[in-house]
Design a protein around this ligand. Sequence first.
Ligand SMILES: Cc1ncc(COP(=O)(O)O)c(C=O)c1O
Length: 396
Amino acid sequence: MVYLDNAATSWPKPEEVYLAVDHFMREIGASPGRSGHSLSIEAGRILFETREAVANLFGITDSSRIIFTLNATEALNLGIKGILTPGDHVITTSMEHNSVSRPLRFLEKEIGIETTAIPCSKEGHLDPGKLESAIRPNTRLIVIVHASNVTGAIMPVAQIGRLANDHNIPFMVDAAQTAGVYPIDVEEMKIDLLAFTGHKGMLGPQGTGGLYIREGLILKPLLQGGTGSKSEEEDQPAFTPDRYESGTHNTPGLAGLGAGVRFILKEGIDKIREKEKRLLARLLSGLEGMEQVKIYGPKDPNRQTALVSINIEGIDSSTVGYILSENFKIMTRVGLHCAPSAHRTIGTFPGGTVRFSLGYFNTEDQIDYTINSIQGIDHRFGHSNRKWEIRKWEVS
Ligand SMILES: Cc1ncc(COP(=O)(O)O)c(C=O)c1O
């Protein structure tokens, strides 16, 4: 079995992650920050260590500015809905995931914000000049994806961060596809709000993620409730992270996330990135010679994360994904990848693409096997839409 769906969620995880979740569930189990007993204190310590590891990964000096959420979607909602008020203008791009574009659309209808989505190139790249000329006096937020989950195209985040900073506009980055696999430094990149998910490149379990909020930015919380702190007060505590973290945490998941991030720090993010680039280059060069295969995106490992979107002429993406899974045991993701506007940008709406997303634990042999499998499909079906033959193959 070859797992090439790491952009959806990474798998497998480092052994340490399984052990950390198991250890928490069996040996600790208590609610962090709620009770004074030793198990609760230990649970609190695990949360703190995960916060510190994440802070270390992103160059964050005060780990209390990291708010744990269930995923990137919740973090993006917290940032977007927490900062925008009626009449505000937001700049974003045409490459966003629904987790950015839908909250913006919701606020457009609900409270009357205005959004400008800068059209990106066919590869999915953003021209910062276009972004700068869209700035208005009421622009209250710039929010962009760090790397597209459809083409892998990496955005010029540091350049946009400087630009946002020069204009005094809060800058939010959706790092769902880059956190853990590409270097991120919130100071160097001048990021005010960094939304990340724990279960992709950060190698943690599903149900983990977070939002970094720069010191001095005060958001409206999504939730109010129990924090284990200031219980005598009726109002939500004002300090971070408690202002934004209500209710018992996903502590088993966050224990696993801590282990995943410590694994990344131990291996070194540059080593991880280099290996993923090597695997990507191998896949790209294998695909490039295939007559009926169309590759989307930059086709350059230096300008994209380790994923490739393709189509095989004459076969729809869902059929290719089905054959890959059923006949070759290769796991990919097909369709629109929750990013319809990105697919419109690259010209693949509504059919979508077949996405191969690589991870640190993939091997060169798996990439070669994948190339051969795609070649097999290409040769057999590429020239016409011979659906009957595909069906025959499916049942054989
Ligand atoms: C670019 C991008 N943003 C946001 C998300 C949402 O991540 P999550 O499902 O963890 O909320 C994803 C995940 O598919 C993504 O690829």
